[in-house]
Ligand binder design. Sequence first.
Ligand code: NAD
Length: 477
Amino acid sequence: MTAFPARPALFIDGHWHSGEGRATHQVVNPATGAVLAELPLATTADLEAALDAAARGYPLWRATSVDEKAAVLAGAARLMRERMEIIATTATLEQGKPLAEARGELAYTAALVDFYAGEVRRNYGRVLTRPTGQRSLVIHEPVGPSLALCPWNFPILNPARKLAPALAAGCSMIIKPPEEAPGTAVLVLQCFIDAGLPASVASMVFGVPDTVSRHLIASPIIRKISFTGSVPVGKHLMRLAADGAKRTTMELGGHGPVIVWDDCDIEKTVTMVSAFKWRNAGQVCVSPTRLIVHEAIADRFAAAMAQRAKGLTVGPGLDAATQMGPLANPRRPQAMESLIGDALAQGATLLAGGERVGSTGNFWAPTLLADVPLSARLMNEEPFGPVALIHRVSTMEQAIAEANRLPFGLAAYLFTENARTANLMADAVESGMVGINTMAMSAADSPFGGVKDSGHGSEDGPEGMRAFQVIKAIHQH
Ligand code: NAD
């Protein structure tokens, strides 16, 4: 059995705190149900101490030179790469994803942190020259001490995706990673600390999510909230933030429409959609879910997708042969049971999976359904698990109408060899991101985010740093 490599703890004002009389939460391996660690939960005094540190760390970090900020970020990226095996193994033990996926997540995370090491030097503004010699400057300043609330699906990426751009912008931060995968976040933060991040600039707390977020958002010290998670929680946090007129970035849920047109390369499309559907057992906000397929190729496409789903090796993430791991927590197989059960009861056709795998851990078979009525919950609620639906259409209007039917608007995908069809559809879908003949949505230099109920604001790219800044216009006569 692989030993658990991390020691989950709170990091406040430069000090690690474990236990010491605090309430604890058990960190559980989703592949086995075994307890990996006891996580200490922050007390009110801990949250106050983190706020105090963020208030002191902000002017200190804001005044730190561009060179020093860039060196901390570049150093953190280098240390992440050096510590790849220990961080990736911790992520797999806590969250379940196959080790190869955890390594890939770390490689992307390090590239993103490196990108922000460069972005520190590209904090460009505008100079407006006026005929009489007057000038206006438009500059970007840090928004101030910020709060990051992260989910469990990408335990390496999520904390760094918020911490690195906040630091690049000059902000201090309190970060609350998920209680379900805390050890990974601790190891990620340690890379920043070991790269020279001053003690008071970033604190990391864990606790009861609602208690922590209410307390920290209510503090006048916090000026910005960046959240990734579900739509209802995002809306709740926006209401809390509104009381203090605080800025928010909300990266919420989706229901990934994929339009598969009759002129696409079917084999390539099946390969790409399968790879991305079963990645992280479908627990990805941009996961492809509604496969909206032209009727001329629907049967062939469905049969090929089902064959791939049935051929996948499902098992513990540390097994080299595993292609899909367990779901991250017991809530997810319960959700699969209820959503898929409802769809089948309403007349859906089961093409693959549809059931738990084994009796220990949170394993669920890759599931493909067809003919799911629009009234089924699965056609309307984000499944956040290994299930995809084949939905037949015969016209482009029907395809677009189905893609835009739901209140979500995160990522949409189009598969067609016809450039005109691709352009028309890309313009017509209501989503923050569109993939044409690709499923890859994340690139360090490109914004990632949604519209409608999927949230607002962007992460990654220059926009990710701008999210932690405010604009000031200076007029000079
Ligand atoms: P959930 O809605 O209870 O929690 C989602 C996330 O929000 C978790 O990380 C949780 O710790 C956090 N959270 C919950 N209440 C909070 C509060 N009051 N204050 C601060 N943080 C809070 O659901 P869950 O069972 O953990 O996850 C399932 C759902 O969450 C999925 O169906 C999916 O919609 C969503 N989710 C989305 C993403 C994403 O990448 N957008 C990631 C993980 C989960």
